[in-house]
Design a protein around this ligand. Sequence first.
Ligand SMILES: [Zn+2]
Ligand SMILES: [Zn+2]
Length: 164
Amino acid sequence: MLQFDLTNLSGARLGERLSFSLDEGPQQFDDIRVAFLRGWVRFTRVERGILIEASLNTQIEVECVRCLDPIPQPVKLEVEETIGLAGRPRPGIPYRLTEEGWFDVSPLFREQVWVALPMKPLCRPDCRGICLECGANLNWEACSCQKSDLDPRLAALADFLKKD
Ligand SMILES: [Zn+2]
Ligand SMILES: [Zn+2]
């Protein structure tokens, strides 16, 4: 949880700002854990509430789609979103200050991390994946089920050569 006290800003004139530079260790955003959070966050009082802008570098661990090994994935968060003031729900503004005037950035940052995640991460471009028969990680070990790894075209050729 990463919360900011925006009580004073809520009552401030339009255009008033609060800026923070962040250099945080591991953070848990609901189900997503990021290794660190570095960059800046700025809050500006605007007509519809408070504008949050942020530019942050972080890193999350994802799984290689082929071999399931963990991969540290750098993620750049660029945030620009309007937050509603406390007790004043507005259509089209999903995020709002708490009654006490605090804002927890976790749900917003979590959403941004999701958007930035690669669809099919690979630990390396030529990852050999996992053997479907014995479960061996073929990047690190050869297994004895190698026939099933043959390219079907090569397998056909191998059969053809055997017949000779
Ligand atoms: Zn892999
Ligand atoms: Zn195998």
